[in-house]
Design a protein around this ligand. Structure first.
Ligand code: ZN
Length: 438
């Protein structure tokens, strides 16, 4: 029960991430760190703590061994709430109906408290790891991690650190019914798509709208948008997606099973179905979403400029540069500016003992789910840790139904007590396994 109460207390700190760092209420962040110190005395007595950029704690559990260490990532910032649409106080950490309620319950205070509870208990029983373990907690993951994760990773690079494996939030266990199979599915993120923003500006003739040219700047912009939307980037099968389809296909039946387990051959057929769903479409191509547009100053004045912003999610294998070339290939007249560019991450391999062990721990703690690597279409803090390990896995040990999954960043977020206990069970098992077996 202590663990549950601590999660409840953790939720009570309003550690909200804002676009601008000046808008963060850092008294809440220091309060949270103080709470960790009070609640986990053994962790704070036995592990070395380095505070990066004031609010990002990096804990180091020393073993005396020279084996490559483990690194666990999590973040304690949360997205803002729309309090009036919640049925509970989002920062009360209320415990009722076998659940802990509040912002951050499944993203991602559950991971921090789960890891702290695990470590405190292991220390209490006198456990001594045989390889070093690090825990790094970011405080602005929801706004890209420039102040937390990025700075921790920089510190690690400066100190030439390397890790056997890095585990962050990401994939989860879901009911197999979501993908039409009987067994549960556990997805482990092995790569993340990149993300770029581009702004396109179109120039038009100025003057009165009573004698307009054939195409105004707004018209040129509209033609470009239509052209791009009508001709999306080519579909392509990447390794993580192939592995997901093969693993899940193995539990399907008939022709579907045959096609999915031979996806490398039958991708030309399978891709047509995948292109029809927004989620599956995003797995097999670089996607473009035009998100903001503006142009003109008055109803009867020709716009001299019109501009549109596109948010592009880049499939591993594509780059911000190849995306730019692709935009140019449409042969429209515009000026293009790249506003932000995050490349897709490297793809972590799964043909190694460490992944095998992770898989066995997942199978053990949960109800023998089908464990599979997958491609993440969203981002996590772990993208900042590129190059610090060749095995970066994104998995949060929780079983969430589709309804529960939808609570992430939404109203009435909660975690069931059962799920939270499973997290601690998983972390304990994984830490012990990585120390004893690998
Ligand atoms: Zn998160």
């Amino acid at each position: 029960m202590n663990a549950i109460n601590n999660l409840s207390k953790a939720i009570q700190f309003k550690t909200i991430s804002h676009k601008k760092i000046e808008d963060f209420d850092f008294s809440e962040f220091s309060g949270f760190l103080e709470f960790l110190k009070e609640s986990y005395p053994l962790v704070h007595r036995n592990l070395e703590l380095k505070m990066i950029n004031n609010y990002a704690p990096l804990f180091h559990w020393k073993s005396g061994s020279s084996k490559l260490p483990l690194l666990f990532l999590a973040h304690y910032d949360v997205v803002p709430v729309n309090e009036s649409s919640w049925s509970v106080n989002p920062f009360s950490g209320e415990i009722k109906d076998g659940k802990v309620w509040g912002r951050g319950a499944i993203d991602d205070k559950n991971s921090i408290i789960g890891l702290m509870e695990t470590t405190e208990s292991l220390l209490a029983e006198g456990y001594q790891p045989t390889r070093d373990i690090y825990f790094a907690f970011g405080y602005d993951e929801e706004t890209m991690g420039a102040h937390g994760a990025k700075r921790i990773a920089e510190y690690m690079r400066e100190n030439n650190m390397q890790f056997e494996v890095i585990l962050d939030e990401g994939g989860i266990v879901t009911p197999g019914s979501m993908m039409g199979i009987a067994r549960d599915i556990a997805v482990v993120g092995v790569a993340e798509k990149g993300q770029c923003n581009y702004q396109f500006t179109f120039t038009g003739q100025q003057g009165h709208s009573s004698a307009p040219p054939e195409h105004t700047a707004v018209g040129k912009m509209a033609a470009f948008i239509k052209d791009v939307e009508d001709h999306p980037m080519a579909m392509r099968l990447t390794e993580p997606v192939a592995e997901t389809l093969i693993n899940i296909g193995g539990h399907k039946r008939g022709i579907e099973k045959f096609l999915m387990t031979h996806v490398r051959t039958f991708f030309p057929i399978i891709k047509k179905t995948m292109a029809k769903g927004a989620q599956t479409n995003a797995l097999i191509r670089t996607t473009v979403a035009f998100t903001m547009a503006r142009g003109g100053t008055a109803a009867n004045v020709l716009p001299d400029k019109a501009s549109v912003t596109a948010n592009v999610r880049v499939l591993p294998g594509d780059t911000p540069e190849s995306v730019e070339d692709w935009f140019k290939s449409f042969n429209h007249q515009f000026e293009m500016a790249r506003l932000a560019a995050e490349r897709p991450t490297a793809v972590s391999k799964t043909n190694n003992g460490c992944y095998g062990l992770l898989k066995r721990c997942i199978e053990n703690v949960f109800n023998q789910p089908v464990v599979t690597p997958y491609l993440m279409i969203g981002g996590t803090d772990s993208r900042n840790y590129q190059g610090l390990s060749d095995k970066i896995y994104r998995f949060m040990p929780c079983r969430l139904t589709s309804e529960e999954l939808a609570l992430m960043h939404a109203d009435d977020e909660y975690i069931s007590i059962d799920n939270f206990n499973k997290m601690i069970e998983f972390y304990t098992l994984f830490i012990k396994a990585m120390n004893e077996e690998a």
